[in-house]
Design a protein around this ligand. Structure first.
Ligand SMILES: [Zn+2]
Ligand SMILES: [Zn+2]
Ligand SMILES: [Zn+2]
Ligand SMILES: [Zn+2]
Length: 739
């Protein structure tokens, strides 16, 4: 009998892949995620005793099964993910299963899950990295202190009592503030007019040139118009240049999330789920294999062996001229965990088309994205030619240019956007001194545009640029602010709700550090320093808690003294006493309450999607409220009087002010199932608001989100705002959902 060897990972899928590799020599077990964590029902951190924390076992059955498995083993390998969280799991396993015989335990790091990589890792076992564990502990405790100590205050202040649902988070609050600030910029944006001038020359082929510079004042435009009427247009300069386009570095977590959002319409969270499946192993032609390297990384480093494989594949498939002259290596920007590699295929030779039949459509698309991006890094630059012409007319200069590709290089595998002037044409024979025929002038009146709302991918980019969040947290931050109801997705962009603004302003006033990017970035750096052994957990936690506890106490003191530490007044007067009403929170959302509460107890309903303008502690709602309650104009089916919108216990409905008849709120969208009924707004205490066919019970079609229109792509479904997936088609077979 051979000695029993046990290997423990955190995920069952990863365990299955490893079982296939290691065969009978090993027993592979899964810890099913973290084995210990802070208790759910209490703070679990003693801030007076050196932040000592209670780490409780999450599932006793898992631990006792593992205990049994390692009891008679000669060697135990802890092969949890190669990052902070994985290290903490390995540490907990060692503590819980070690029982005085810790010598037989070893830590192995699997940056990729292929037979060769696993063999190599098992031949070089190490120890649990206690600095990494310390960094994870500190991170968990910081998050816990903010989450469990600010959240109850938030509900006490905004709702007057404690309830779950309102929460603040260490990193999520800054992210929310970015979104709120952007919204205020957009709200207060004043567009400024400007003019662009284009000259269209009747040459063969015709071409246009643009006036250099912007005209911002109508007088300038008039002067130019007069001047150009007499001017002659002469070519001043013709220049040819080469445009070199270089491949981007291989993916790291943040860039993968951005590209998947842009090209595959995949949310950061979904991207990470699919990437994890590819890392942990899928079955390809009867063999389980991890197809990509570890997906949580901020390093663009690539192993030499992988570079070599990519280069020989490029030589074979595309020819030598498509190879970059020298192997390309990329530099990491900030401090990155250099033990990690970029996200790349584990075997470049597995080309996407050949692997795709074994994968789900999402896995196949993400794999292809990663494969192409990586292969491109070792390919030649893409080359374009550009001709630039400048044309003089009096004191003014016009510019024209055209460009076209001359050698595709890496763009053969990684499509790039067109250059601005790509595909334009210029006539032959343009040379300095040539007089051009009189052009037709066009004055284009334009206006400066407000900044754009963040998309999910844009928010990840912003977080990364500010040094906030880490590869393991971007996706989570983006989804948690939506789950809390602070932000919703509108046409693919993130828009704060009124609740989001209110929460942000509360934090801005009472916990300003939690919404400041420099503070949050500094804290992330402190965690990195703990991980590198250059800082001490206790020191970092104490310095955080010294200001944080002061802020906490101040709000608590004000609450105890009967003061309101924070309020958001509106421009809506109390219908009873005339005092301004203020925005309050309850479980189901927001409502208005008289600011003289408790003397005046008047309240007013606030429809969820009421239009508002928000500015520092005050919200303009009156106009939006009037609009939302205005008669939507539908005539009463009984007497023909225009019906009015009402808000009742069971959601919104239409009521006739004349005869009292009621009707559900229409949407104007035809039911996609029966093609006869109309989708209308309904409410049930269990489901909340939903939309259903008005031919119920003959037709039972229903949607969880507001319908917008019949899907323009498949024409069989309805586009609607899905609460979990954002805008999408109701038809699961629609190309917008499958392709
Ligand atoms: Zn009142
Ligand atoms: Zn009526
Ligand atoms: Zn129907
Ligand atoms: Zn569709």
């Amino acid at each position: 009998m051979t000695e029993k060897k046990v290997l423990i990972v955190e995920s069952p899928t990863k365990a299955r892949t490893l079982t296939a590799y290691l065969g009978r020599a090993f027993e592979v077990h899964s810890s099913k995620g973290h084995v210990r964590d802070l208790p759910e029902k209490e703070l679990g951190v003693d801030v007076k005793k050196g932040f000592s924390a209670k780490w409780v076992v999450r599932d006793r059955r898992v631990v006792s099964a593992l205990r049994k498995a390692v009891k008679d083993a000669a060697a135990v390998y802890l092969a949890t993910d190669p990052d902070r969280e994985g290290e903490a799991i390995a540490f907990d396993l060692l503590e819980l299963l070690g029982d005085g015989n810790k010598d037989k335990f070893a830590r192995v790091l699997l940056h990729e899950i292929t037979p060769q990589a696993v063999r190599a890792a098992l031949e070089a076992p190490g120890e649990v990295d206690l600095n990494k564990v310390e960094a994870q502990r500190a991170r968990r405790i910081l998050d816990r202190l903010v989450g469990y100590q600010v959240s109850p205050l938030l509900s006490l202040v905004l709702a007057g009592r404690r309830f779950e649902g309102l929460s603040a988070g260490r990193v999520q609050s800054v992210a929310l503030r970015f979104i709120c600030d952007r919204e205020l910029e957009i709200q207060d944006f004043q567009p400024e007019p400007y003019w662009e001038v284009e000259a269209r020359f009747p040459t063969e082929p015709p071409f246009s040139a643009k006036l250099e510079g912007k005209l911002t004042d109508p007088d300038q435009v008039k002067r130019l118009e007069r001047g150009l009427a007499r001017a002659s247009f002469t070519v001043e300069e013709v220049a040819d240049e080469e445009v070199v386009r270089r491949p981007p570095p291989p993916f790291i977590t943040s860039t993968l999330q951005q590209a998947a959002a842009g090209e595959l319409r995949m949310s950061p969270r979904r991207t990470m789920q699919i990437a994890q499946q590819l890392y942990e192993g899928v079955e390809v032609a009867g063999k389980r294999l991890g197809l990509i390297t570890y997906m949580r990384t901020d390093s663009v480093r690539v192993a030499d062996s992988a570079i070599g494989e990519a280069r020989s594949l490029i030589r074979d498939r595309f020819g030598k001229e498509y190879l970059s002259p020298k192997p390309r290596r990329f530099k990491n920007k900030r401090r990155a965990q250099d033990a990690h590699e970029a996200i790349r295929p584990t075997q470049v030779a597995l080309i996407p088309e050949e692997v795709a039949p074994y994968l789900t459509p999402e896995q196949a698309r993400l794999y292809e994205l990663i494969w192409r991006r990586f292969l491109a890094t070792q390919m030649a630059d893409g080359l374009w030619r550009r001709r630039k012409v400048s044309i003089k007319a009096g004191d003014w200069t016009f510019k024209a240019s055209a460009s076209w590709p001359s050698f595709p290089g890496f763009t053969r595998v990684l499509p790039v956007g067109k250059l601005e002037d790509e595909g334009r044409e210029l006539p032959e024979g343009l040379e300095p001194g040539l007089k051009l025929p009189t052009p037709e002038l066009e004055f284009l009146e334009k206006a400066t545009e407000p900044p754009k709302r963040y998309t999910e991918a844009g928010l990840v980019r912003k977080l990364e640029r500010e040094g906030i969040g880490r590869p393991s947290t971007y996706a989570q931050i983006v989804s948690v602010i939506q789950e809390r109801g602070y932000v919703r997705r509108e046409n693919g962009a993130l828009r704060p709700t009124l609740l989001g603004h209110v929460v942000t302003d509360f934090l801005r006033e009472h916990f300003p550090e939690t919404v400041r990017e420099d503070f949050t970035a500094k804290m992330e750096e402190d965690l990195d320093r703990i991980q590198e052994g250059q800082a001490d957990r206790l020191e970092v936690l104490s310095s955080f808690y010294s200001w944080f506890s002061e802020r906490l106490e101040k709000v608590e003191r004000e609450l105890k003294g009967g003061n309101k530490p924070f309020r958001v007044l509106s421009d809506v007067p109390c219908p009873k006493c005339g005092a301004p009403m203020e925005v309050r929170v309850w479980k189901g959302g927001l409502y208005l309450s008289c600011s003289r509460y408790p003397e005046c107890k008047t309240t007013r309903n606030l429809p969820a999607n009421v239009k508002y303008r928000y500015r520092g502690g005050r919200v303009e709602l009156a106009a939006g409220l009037a609009e939302a309650e205005e008669a939507p104009g539908a005539p009463c089916p009984k007497c023909g009087t225009p019906m009015q919108l009402k808000h009742g216990r069971y959601g919104r409905f239409l009521a006739c002010p004349n005869c009292g008849a009621t009707a559900p709120v229409p949407t104007g969208v035809t039911c996609p199932k029966c093609g006869q009924g109309e989708l209308v707004e309904r409410y049930s205490p269990r489901r909340g608001t939903f939309w259903a066919c008005n031919r119920y019970p003959d037709c039972r079609f229903a949607l969880p989100g507001k319908p917008i229109e019949t899907c323009p792509v498949c024409k069989k479904g309805v586009l609607y705002e899905d609460p979990r997936h954002g805008r999408r088609c109701s038809n699961p077979e629609c190309p917008t959902r499958t392709g």
